[in-house]
Design a protein around this ligand. Structure first.
Ligand code: IVH
Length: 696
């Protein structure tokens, strides 16, 4: 074999192609058939040669280079299973005072003053599963996935000895049991020991090991790994046979599912507190990892009244153990510039292991935070990871501060474009005034535009957006939609007359195939839903939930834009969830010339669909505006509002000609009178509840 330094360009190109193909074949054999056709040493040698050639000829790195793939092929091959009921997540709290707030808010919502029973369950640090039974027989299993669609792991779940495959007579015809698959600490250590001996990959923690073992294309591998499970909730059920979470656990145990013996009904807040302390004390001795305690309202009747927020139930919460911390040095403080020009300080850290994860950056939030904690370059800092949140600096150790240390000075100009960075009165954040002339802001805005919840254009990752921006290929979101046109004719016809196209296929790392795929991905997005479009615009403070609210309330982009351009805000501010400041930001956004230009340019190339609110079609309350007045006696205000919204109604604070119904409680005053004057239908509480019963 030729030495790398002696390879010509052509030879290097040919060999990289061959290596890509060989390594892919080896990956395939390993992951899909569990029959590696190369020894580890042979495989490593191929990878090593590939990397070395790429290092010498960086512009020849292929789009399908093995150096760019990290086992992605394994995951994409599972079939998808759509959950009949979404698999939700839980809100997190850390302090007992926040648990107290949660309990209070539950009581307030329900208008109950006495104690409510909560089921307290250890929060298992594994991955959740859903197992479906039809007529008592296990038929399919899925991972959580994004909560809506999971991966089909039926064959893998079947290999778990604790999962019953047949249930006793009398279970509901359709029954979906959900819970957590985990790897016991002992089994995790043994697996890693074995892998170390065989020079295989080590897992960082039991959770990763469980995930890696369950999501195996070859269920044989799952079977060889020791996985365990706890069952704790349900999805679809044809006929529910229990009225409390505690009764459900009894059923689960009867049916043969493992139910955690530490699950416990707590009657008072002090019992909740004692239980939490107890679990924390025994945590280290438990044979499996837990990361907190989950509290669920025990009564299902109350759970149903409480209902759900967007992604989490109102009737449950996770009380997490304090975050894990580590001590490390701050090597540098960098200023990042975000999409709206916000300057965010970031600490570059001496990499440190925090609870099993290597941390090398931490957010410092803003300039006041740096001042308050007197954080300086060179300091030793306590770094903390809390759940999935970005690592934070808790404090710096003054006794370890170098003698020559100086306070950090926050810049007053944008480090990216040099424009003034100003801080409005009573704002914590300093912002670059460069607008879209600031390359950092322009790039972030494009990245946001193509991101998953916005246009979701695969192939335009962060690196590509940056490179295309720097090379003048995409300066504005609208440029994305003229790429194909500007690219020029077939890439290989170098002598085409007048051809001054971009020819992306000639760029390093790109080829005809990857460019075609990019164009396909872009063309698939020439029609876009209204909520995605609104979100993609990057209006300050408008996340995907607010974008959805705007779409639901305006229905079409024109309706929204017309109101905003005319600074007509009556409808905007009547939307529950849009406050005055956010409203201002939205109006300002639509009145700024460069945004108007951007919107006009985009709409030349794409079609924004009108929003059809599904909830509106099948409920008598849908699309109606309801006002509540007076003292409600059958339900609390919050409950009434949630109920109205559940059936597609909007809840307004005051009566106007647009109001459809006024629900009148005891001692109602001027609003009831106004309703009478305007001839608006009034309802008693009971009538309103009856209406929702009809609506459902
Ligand atoms: S209940 C709607 N109970 O925590 C409630 N979840 O943050 C759905 N988890 O995705 C979950 N132990 O993976 C519930 N005893 C327990 C749990 C538990 C662990 C996990 C689960 C879920 C996540 C929610």
């Amino acid at each position: 074999m030729k030495e790398i330094k002696d390879l010509s360009r052509e030879e290097a190109m040919a060999e990289l192609a061959e290596l890509a193909q060989k390594i892919a074949a080896a990956d395939n054999a390993y992951y899909q058939n569990d029959a590696p056709d190369l020894t580890d040493a042979e495989y490593d040698a191929l990878k090593h040669r590939n990397t070395a050639i790429e290092a010498r000829f960086p512009d020849l790195v292929r789009a399908d280079s093995p150096s760019k793939r990290v086992g992605a092929a394994v995951q994409s091959k599972f079939n998808k299973i759509e959950h009949r009921f979404p698999m939700l997540s839980l809100g997190d709290v850390f302090a007992i005072a926040e648990v107290d707030d949660f309990v209070m808010s539950v009581k307030r919502f329900l208008n109950l003053s006495g104690d409510i029973d909560f089921m307290a369950e250890p929060k298992i640090d594994g991955l959740s599963f859903a197992a479906r039974y039809e007529n008592g027989v296990f038929v399919s299993g899925a991972t959580r996935g994004d909560g809506v669609v999971g991966e089909d792991i039926t064959a893998n779940l079947k290999t778990l000895p604790q999962l019953p495959l047949k249930l006793p007579d009398g279970v509901p015809e359709v029954l979906e049991v959900r819970g957590e698959v985990y790897m016991a600490k002992r089994d995790f250590l043994a697996l890693n020991e074995r892998n170390a001996a065989e020079k295989k990959k080590l897992f960082a923690n039991p959770r990763n090991a469980a995930a890696g073992s369950l999501r195996q294309l070859n269920p044989q591998i799952t079977a060889e790994r020791k996985l365990s499970l706890w069952a704790y909730t349900w999805g679809e059920v044809s006929a529910r046979q229990w009225d409390t979470q505690a009764e459900f656990f009894e059923k689960l145990a009867e049916w043969g599912f493992p139910v955690n013996p530490l699950n416990k009904v707590c009657h008072t807040l002090s019992e909740i507190e004692d239980n939490f302390k107890h679990i924390m004390e025994i945590r280290a001795e438990l044979p499996y990892d837990i990361d907190g305690v989950v509290y669920k309202v025990n009564s299902l009747e109350l759970q149903n009244r409480l209902g759900f927020l967007t992604r989490t139930p109102r009737w449950a919460i996770a009380h997490k153990f304090p975050a894990e911390q580590a001590l490390t040095r701050i090597n540098n403080i960098r200023i990042q510039v975000g999409r709206t020009g916000a300057l965010t300080p970031v600490a570059d850290l001496e990499p440190v292991n925090v609870g099993g994860v290597l941390v090398s950056h931490a957010t410092l939030h803003n300039e006041d935070e740096i001042k308050r904690k007197d954080i300086r370059i060179g300091d030793m800092a306590v770094v903390q990871r809390a759940g999935d949140v970005i690592p934070q600096v808790v404090e710096v150790k003054l006794d370890k501060r170098p003698a020559d240390s100086v306070p950090f000075e926050f810049p007053c100009v944008c480090p990216e474009c040099g424009a003034h960075a100003i801080r409005e009165e009573d704002e914590a954040i300093r912002r670059c005034t460069g607008g879209l002339t600031c390359p950092a802001q322009a790039k972030e805005r494009i990245k946001h535009f193509v991101s998953k919840e916005a246009f979701d254009i695969i192939g335009l990752g962060d690196k590509v957006v940056e490179a295309f921006y720097d090379d003048g290929i995409i300066k504005h979101p609208a440029d994305i939609f003229t790429l194909e046109e500007r690219n020029g004719g077939a890439g290989d016809d170098l002598f085409a007359f007048g051809d001054n196209g971009l020819h992306l296929e000639r760029r390093a790392g790109w080829g005809k195939l990857s460019v075609d795929n990019l164009f396909k991905a872009i063309n698939a997005r020439r029609t876009v839903s209204l909520p995605r479009f609104i979100y993609a615009l990057g209006i300050p403070q408008v996340g995907s939930a607010t974008a959805l609210l705007l779409a639901q309330n305006y229905g079409t982009f024109d309706a929204l834009q017309n109101d905003m351009t005319a600074r007509e805000t009556a409808k905007l501010v009547s939307i529950d969830g849009i406050g005055g400041e956010m409203g201002n930001d939205i109006v300002e956004f639509f009145n700024e010339q460069h945004n108007i230009n951007e919107i006009n340019a985009l709409r030349k190339y794409i079609k924004v669909e009108d929003y059809i609110d599904e909830r509106r079609t099948d409920s008598i309350l849908s699309g109606k505006t309801v006002v509540f007045t007076g003292t409600l006696e059958l339900m609390t205000r919050a409950e009434a509002k949630a109920l109205a919204q559940k059936f597609g109604a909007k809840v307004a604070g005051s009566v106007s000609a647009r109001t459809d119904y006024v629900v009148v409680g005891a001692d109602a005053g001027s609003k009831a009178q106004k309703a009478a004057e305007l001839g608006i239908k009034t309802l008693s509480e009971a009538e309103f509840i009856a209406m929702t019963a009809d609506a459902g």
